[in-house]
Write a protein that binds this ligand. Structure first.
Ligand code: AN7
Length: 354
């Protein structure tokens, strides 16, 4: 099961496939690194802190795990096109897999706030983009209707194949650690991923593949300005620098609260400042560059550890859902001297303050 050189859907075929259905489309998704974050762990007081870096997927986010299954099945079912609403990563993934399948891809985007890298990916792959005057929730409502009208196959996570495929990340973590972690932390937007991870851990336990069969606490984190589950009601105008999770009425709300409650976990919010600080710490202490939304899990674990709500000896996995290159505009670093100076070592040493 752990041979990462085989295509993801083949590796986990016994748990995913219906009979001998073919999975001809693959871009090399899954098999992402689980990095033992020693320096970051020391900084926040969790020695066994691991980062599941989903940014190494073919389109740079975890979405590829479910998109590969959704698009393979769309092809098998004779689909003429696929459609999705997206804060960015779903559209980048859908566009790539649709291109590989030779299917048209239509993308409905909320006005304004989609990160530059994600937009570039969808455009480059030839997706047809429609921007709507409204947020992600309005775009998803429209997409549901387009699906009902038979215009195209919907590849948002309301398509069950998406969450089926996303379970593979939980399976890879168990395969790598040879057990489940004590806690799994991740950002929550439309709430599909937390639902899929929990389903994945339980499914592995049921299949007898989880040694000791202890399940992790699920720790979900929303951005403070887009925290409907934490508040207990939809948010009309969600706002956060972490545009990937700028979602006010998650489709998998019940899946997320079930994951939280059944696992003895929690769903809390973190501020934009905490998110950006965590993003910086992850890359400056570990060299792993993730997008802002992806840092929400680390921001949350950092806070829980500081409050003694995560013990220093617990094994914690934080899922870094997307690559930092997706959203270059969100980076706030020391730029150094970017106004050209004379190219002699004296001038350069002066600029380096050496
Ligand atoms: C980097 O692409 O909803 O809670 O339309 O891109 O499963 O929604 C993206 C979500 C976390 C939240 N991290 O996951 C979309 C979209 C990143 C993301 C989430 C998203 P869910």
């Amino acid at each position: 099961m752990t041979d990462a050189t085989r295509p993801l859907l083949e590796r986990y075929r016994p748990l995913l496939a219906r009979g001998d259905e073919p999975f001809p489309i693959t871009l090399g998704e899954g098999g992402t690194p689980l990095v033992h974050a020693r320096r970051l762990g020391a900084a926040i007081g969790v020695v066994q802190l691991h980062l599941k870096f989903e940014g190494t997927n073919p389109t740079g986010s975890f979405k590829d795990r479910g998109m590969v299954l959704a698009v393979n099945r769309a092809v098998s079912s004779g689909a003429r096109a696929v459609v999705c609403a997206s804060t960015g990563n779903t559209s980048a993934s859908a566009a790539a897999y649709a291109a590989a399948a030779g299917l048209p891809c239509h993308v409905i985007l909320p006005a304004g706030k989609v990160a530059r890298g994600k937009l570039a990916q969808a455009l480059a792959a030839g997706a047809r983009l429609v921007m709507v005057d409204g947020n992600f929730d309005a775009a998803l409502t429209a997409v549901r209707r387009l699906g009902d009208e038979g215009v195209a196959v919907v590849v948002n996570s309301i398509n069950p194949d998406r969450l089926e495929g996303q379970q593979t990340a939980a399976w890879e973590i168990v395969d790598a650690l040879d057990r489940a972690p004590d806690a799994l932390a991740l950002p929550v937007g439309n709430a599909g991923n937390i639902t899929a991870y929990w389903r994945g851990f339980r499914r592995y336990a049921d299949a007898g593949r989880l040694r000791g069969s202890a399940l992790p606490r699920m720790l979900g984190f929303q951005a403070e300005g887009a925290a409907p589950i934490v508040r207990g009601e939809p948010v009309d105008s969600p706002e956060t620098i972490a545009t990937a999770i700028r979602i006010g009425n998650p489709a998998s709300w019940e899946g997320a609260t079930a994951a939280r409650d059944e696992s003895g976990g929690l769903i809390e919010s973190v501020t934009d400042d905490e998110i950006l600080e965590a993003q910086r710490m992850i890359v400056q202490l570990e060299g792993v560059f993730c997008e802002p939304a992806s840092a929400a899990g680390v921001a949350g674990v950092r806070r829980l550890a500081s409050e003694g709500r995560i013990g220093p000896d617990e094994t914690v996995v934080c899922v870094l859902t997307g690559h930092g290159l997706k959203d270059p505009d969100a980076v706030q670093g020391e730029e150094g001297t970017l106004t050209p100076i004379a190219a002699d070592s004296g001038s350069i040493r002066a600029a380096m303050e050496l």
